[in-house]
Structure formats: structure tokens, C-alpha cells
Design a protein. Structure first.
Ligand code: 2B7
Length: 672
């Protein structure tokens, strides 16, 4: 199915606005449109602080210059104005990119009648939003910073524009015009833009140069990502000495898009699925579109390579969450349909993604990016878009080839069973002597050596810590007291996080690492239980901790290891009978039912530290009597999860408190 030009026009527009949102107080919040706030500034800031615009001055940043230029050409193609893009690497470090689009306008710029639009585009930073470090760090990503940034960081750059049957040219050096806009006379059979540049050695270092392998791969990827386009590649032979797999000349056009890409990527690997699950769908009503190609390999690594508006998103993000959700839900409903509900019950999206090789490309308007290198898509609508658009085709794909669906289902169930078995077999290796030595001093560890059945209570404050230590079952229950409010990781930078002693202790005690270095088999406890006071402050601390886990080790949550303890708020005594209530509603219910209006004595706990160890044990810690809430990432409803975390990030403690109380869909209540 070919994309409609209007939709992809929207997508093209999206990349141009894939820029940081205006910082607070800039006109963006006061109802001005982007055109109105076209703040124009010289390029000095870019040369002074290149990292702010392209994320650094290393090899990756260097190649980012090329992305920026080819992305502009892609925009022109995706908008339906260009049919080919060509890339040429020359000796001497030059690279040129051309397209056969409309050509950058050369008429006088309305705001600067003495300058051509071309010169303004090449020599000024556009759009109010991208100044100021704040704006840069919040959204937009490094893509879409503009060709002027490339110009600023190029020793030399020249632009040729073929427009209205004439050819124009202007040269620049380190961002400044080195020539006037020249009219080179009439041309026929040529239209579009050509940008030729050499990155500045003063910025990137004398040895830095664009790598043919890397540029070639980036170029080819564009052809796969936009099936309508022809991409031509040429590279000077002297640059290819000693380099394998990069041709001097090649032309790409992939009518099969991502399906072709995946086939080329996994050639030679035995696949569990005989056919790729692939397709391309536009949102109705638009804008928005998703293209995907997915297979499951017999063995070996799994991957998701994802893109937003043809920009790679190596750190994943919301679109990938949508994909995982769709695949998990699709397989679950297929399991239901074929009477295998029970077999499927322990399967998680991790299990489904095991062995999965996937390419995912989304087109959305005004995408937002997050993460240290701005390479994770954070636009919430992408989750919904991907999940909704992929779900139906996935159901059909499963239904249409039952043998394949059967193999896949058996496989993911097997993966889940393996995972569960490994966890319980993990056994005696848990505490090596060395690991024990490195445990934080404040941890009161349990005595058993296996993770299976072991629990760690993370408690607030030393006094609650003291009660918990007395109340615990030493054999399998550990206690780690944290003092006061922990750092709000949602707002903190990575360095602040690394320096936070409380969190460092926590990481040490858990032993499992964070993010992609998270290793389930190193987790020292089966249950990680956050135990805080039953009041607003306690809820606040619990929400900070849950945010920490969600950000730093989502796989710990996905693995079902994170719990919230539910301590009581009231003790109600009548004669020899004592019962506990978790909140006002429960208290009222007990008074009306159990005590039927009899005179009772009601005590309110100010905090865990105030409870007698025995009370704490009976109400909150003893597996036979307590209630635990298991925290889950709503893989089926990542939007809700994200919204919940956004709420946590807010400054209002009562909103955080409500989080704990409201999250029926976020937590599963269990009596464990
Ligand atoms: C945001 C800026 C950079 N631009 C235009 C028009 C066409 C066009 C470009 C381009 C990379 C290497 C060759 C629009 C957009 C500037 O305004 S940039 N084509 N190609 C490109 O950079 N290729 C344009 C409206 C009417 N006519 C022309």
C-alpha cells in the first residue's frame, strides 16, 4: 500500500518541527505560531557549543551532520516533491547530497529583503524554541536542528539550487557566506538542491572523517524506510581501500520497504516463522502511519530497529511499546481462541520478544524525543497508533497460517516456562562471599542464600527500619532503611542519580544492575517490597521509588518483582478483639459490620516506626496475613502507565498520593 502524499507531507512537516518545544516563558506558550517566533540568530553559538546542537563532537555527532542534510532531502521526497536522492563521497573529506525537489527558494527573504531565503536558511538558527539549554534538553531530539548547524560546523559548504530553469550557487565557510548567491545561468532537465560540505577539523579534530561504511548504511536505510524513493550512492574508490561490503556505485529502490530490509538483515538465519508479519497502514483519521516487518528467529539475538519519520530511534520508546503491546495481546487472544488460555497465563512481552527480529517505522506529527542522546521517542500517541494499527493485521496473520501461529505460540510459552524454571533453580549461587562483602552497611540482609523466596523491604527512615528489622523473619526477609525523601529520578540528571547514596545502596543490595544491564539472574531477592507509612508522605516516597524502578529497571517490574506493602492506618479494639484498617473507608466498613456500632477504641498510627514490631509483622510483613500490591507496567495500556508516571513527576504531593490509591490498573492487588 503506497503512502498518500498528503499524509507523508504531514510527516515531513513533522520532522521540521522535531525541534525542542519553546522553553517556559518563550512566546510558544502565548499562542504565537512557529512562523511568528522565527527568532533568527547568528551561528556563533553553534560553533561555541556544538554539543548542544548535535550532541557532541565525536564520530557520531560528525555523522549527524550528514543525517541532517539527507533528512532535508528526505523531507522533500516524503512530501512528494523529489523522486531521488543522491549521495556522493569524495576524496578530501567532502560529501554531497542532492535531490530533485523544488530547490531551496532563492528569492529575497521577507524579513531580510537584502538576503536570499537560501542565505537566511543557511546562516541563521531558526525557531525560538531551540535556544537555551532547557529547551534543548526537554524535547525535539537532535534531528531537525537545521542545515544552518551543518553549515556552522563545516569548514566549507556550498549549495546549488536548480529552480525555475536556472542554476544558482552560494558558498560558505564556517557558517559565513564566502560568496554572493551567483546565478550560473540556464539549466534544463535539472531541478532540486545539492549541498556539498566538508566538516570542520577545528570542531571535530584533524583525524575525524565521515566513514563510508556508516554513510552507506545510513543512505541505504533511507531507501528502505521510504519505499517510494530512489537513492543513489557513489564513493571515490580511494576511500574504499580495505573496506568490505561498500560498493563504489549503487542505486537503491525498495518497493517492498521494510520487508525487503528485514529480509536483507536476517539472510542466512533460520526462522521459526516462514513468512514475515509485515505491512503498512495509515491512521484513519490521520495523520500518522506505521510500517513494520517482523519475524521470529529459531535462535540468536532479537532486535527491534525502530524509526520515527525515518529518523532512527536506537533507544526505542513509545512506538516500540505499542508494538510489544500489540504482539502480546494478539498472541494472548489467539491463545484464548485456541483454548490455551491457561498455558499462556505466565507469558510476558519479554517472552514474546525473545527471538523476535523487528523493524518498525512510524510517521507522526511533531514527535518528541527523550533520553541522554534524544534517541528515544517519547510521544505518547505513538503507542496507541502502533498498537491500534498493528493489532488487526496481526490477528489476521495468526489466523491465516495456523501452523506458523502454533509454532510461535508454543515457542513463547516455552520461553516463559524456561524463564520461570531458571528463576526457581537459580539456587545457591546467590551470595558469593565477595558479593556479600560489597553489600551496603545499612542493609539487614536475610540469612538464606537463595533468591527464591527472599524478600527485601525498602523502608522509610531509620526508626521504621528498626521496627521492620525486629518484625521480620530473618531467614528470608531483608530490610533496607532509606533516609527521608529519595531523589526524584524523574527530574534528576544521570550524574545526580549516580551520586545519590540512598539509590546507590539500593542498587548494591539488589545486585541486578539497571536498564539494559539489568540481569534477572543477579537479582538477590524474589520480591522487592516498598514499605512506607500509610500517609501522604509515605505515598510520596513510594511513588518516587516506583518511578525510580520504572525508569532504571523496568524489567524488574516486568518480571513481577516489585510490590507495595500495605500497612494499616487504624487499629480498632473492642475488648479482646483488635482489627486494622488501611484507610478511612475500611475503618467505616469495619465499624458498621464487625463492630455494629459498638463502642470501640480507635488508634491512628503516625507511622511504621510507631508500631510495635509484632503489629507490623501481623499487619504488613507476615506473608500469611499481609496484603501486597504488585506493581505492573500496563503493557496492554502503556499510555496509562506513562500518564501515571507523568503524574508522579508533578510537584504536588497529593497527586502522588492519589497515584497509590487510584491505580487499580497499575497495580494488581494480591494476597500473597
Ligand atoms: C527547512 C529548510 C531547510 N527547503 C525549502 C524547499 C525545498 C527544499 C528545502 C531541500 C538536502 C541536500 C540536497 C519549499 C527547508 C528548505 O524551503 S531543503 N529542498 N532539499 C535539501 O535540503 N536537500 C522549498 C517550498 C517551496 N519551494 C522550495
Amino acid at each position: 500500500m503506497a503512502p498518500k502524499p498528503d499524509l507523508f507531507g504531514g510527516a515531513a512537516a513533522a520532522r521540521k518541527s522535531a525541534k525542542p518545544a519553546p522553553a517556559k516563558g518563550t512566546p510558544g506558550e502565548n499562542g504565537y505560531t512557529a512562523a511568528d517566533i522565527e527568532v533568527l540568530e547568528g551561528l556563533e553559538p553553534v560553533r561555541r557549543r556544538p554539543g548542544m546542537y548535535i550532541g557532541g563532537t565525536d564520530e557520531k555527532a560528525l555523522h549527524h551532520l550528514f543525517s541532517e542534510v539527507i533528512d532535508n532531502a528526505m523531507d522533500e521526497a516524503v512530501a512528494g516533491h523529489a523522486t531521488f536522492i543522491s549521495v556522493e563521497m569524495e576524496p578530501g573529506g567532502y560529501i554531497s547530497v542532492s535531490d530533485n525537489g523544488r530547490g531551496i527558494p532563492i528569492d529575497p527573504h521577507p524579513k531580510f529583503p537584502k538576503k536570499s531565503a537560501l542565505e537566511v536558511i543557511l546562516t541563521t538558527l531558526h525557531s525560538g524554541g531551540k535556544f537555551g539549554s532547557k529547551a534543548y534538553s526537554t524535547s525535539g531530539g537532535l534531528h531537525g536542528v537545521g542545515v544552518s548547524v551543518v553549515n556552522a560546523l563545516s569548514e566549507h559548504l556550498e549549495v546549488e539550487v536548480a529552480r525555475g530553469q536556472r542554476l544558482y550557487k552560494q558558498s560558505f565557510s564556517r557558517g559565513k557566506p564566502a560568496s554572493e548567491l551567483e546565478d550560473l545561468g540556464a539549466v534544463h532537465n535539472r531541478r532540486g538542491t545539492k549541498v556539498r560540505f566538508v566538516p570542520d577539523k577545528l570542531i571535530f579534530g584533524v583525524n575525524a572523517h565521515l566513514k563510508p561504511q556508516r554513510v552507506f548504511a545510513m543512505t541505504r536505510a533511507k531507501a528502505y524506510l521510504f519505499a517510494g524513493i530512489e537513492v543513489r550512492w557513489q564513493c571515490a574508490p580511494e576511500l574504499l581501500a580495505g573496506i568490505d561490503g561498500v560498493p563504489e556505485k549503487e542505486s537503491f529502490k525498495f518497493p517492498g520497504g521494510l520487508k525487503d530490509y528485514l529480509a536483507a538483515t536476517v539472510t542466512g538465519r533460520p526462522l521459526l516463522t516462514t513468512e514475515f508479519f509485515a505491512g503498512k497502514v495509515e491512521a484513519d483519521p490521520g495523520p500518522g502511519a506505521v510500517e513494520w516487518a517482523i519475524g521470529w528467529a529459531e535462535d540468536g539475538d532479537s532486535f527491534i530497529h525502530s524509526y520515527c519519520n525515518t529518523i532512527p530511534t536506537p533507544d526505542g520508546g513509545t512506538h516500540e511499546a505499542g508494538l510489544r503491546g500489540a504482539l502480546l495481546r494478539g498472541l494472548r487472544s489467539y491463545a484464548d481462541l485456541t483454548g490455551q488460555t491457561k498455558r499462556f497465563k505466565d507469558v510476558t512481552s519479554e517472552d514474546v520478544m525473545s527471538g523476535c527480529v523487528a523493524l518498525l517505522s512510524v510517521f507522526i506529527r511533531e514527535p518528541e524525543f527523550q533520553g541522554q542522546t534524544k534517541e528515544r521517542l517519547s510521544s505518547a500517541e505513538a503507542t496507541r497508533l502502533v498498537e491500534q494499527l498493528i493489532r488487526d493485521p496481526f490477528d489476521h496473520w495468526l489466523a491465516n497460517s495456523p501452523a506458523q501461529a502454533r509454532r510461535l505460540l508454543d515457542r513463547v510459552i516455552e520461553v516463559a516456562e524456561d524463564r520461570i524454571r531458571r528463576r526457581s533453580e537459580k539456587g545457591t549461587l546467590r551470595k558469593t562471599a565477595t558479593r556479600k562483602l560489597r553489600l551496603p552497611g545499612k542493609l539487614a540482609d536475610c540469612t538464606q542464600d537463595t533468591a527464591a523466596g527472599a524478600e527485601i523491604f525498602i523502608v522509610e527512615g531509620d526508626s521504621a527500619g528498626g521496627s521492620a528489622k525486629q518484625a521480620r523473619a530473618r531467614q528470608n526477609q531483608a530490610v533496607l532503611p532509606l533516609r527521608g525523601k529519595i531523589l526524584n529520578v524523574a527530574n534528576a540528571g544521570a550524574d545526580k542519580l549516580a551520586n545519590n547514596q540512598q539509590l546507590a545502596d539500593l542498587l548494591l543490595a539488589l545486585g541486578c544492575g539497571t536498564k539494559t544491564s539489568y540481569r534477572e539472574e543477579d537479582l538477590r531477592y524474589e520480591k522487592v517490597i516498598v514499605m512506607t507509612d500509610a500517609d501522604v508522605d509515605g505515598a510520596h516516597i513510594a511513588s518516587l521509588l516506583v518511578t525510580f524502578f520504572y525508569r532504571e529497571m523496568p524489567n524488574l517490574i516486568r518480571g513481577g518483582h516489585l510490590y507495595l506493602a500495605v500497612p494499616p492506618l487504624y487499629r480498632i479494639t473492642q475488648g479482646a478483639t483488635t482489627v486494622y484498617a488501611r484507610n478511612d473507608a475500611e475503618r467505616e466498613k469495619l465499624l458498621a459490620t464487625t463492630f455494629k456500632g459498638k463502642k470501640v477504641d480507635i488508634g491512628r498510627f503516625k507511622g511504621l516506626g510507631e508500631m510495635m514490631p509484632q503489629q507490623l509483622r501481623e499487619t504488613t510483613m507476615d506473608p500469611k496475613r499481609r496484603t501486597l500490591l504488585r506493581v505492573e507496567i500496563a503493557e496492554d495500556d502503556e499510555i496509562e502507565t506513562r500518564a501515571a508516571v507523568e503524574r508522579l513527576m508533578g510537584s504536588k504531593a497529593d497527586a502522588r498520593f492519589r497515584f497509590i490509591q487510584e491505580h487499580a490498573q497499575f497495580v494488581n492487588e494480591l494476597d500473597v
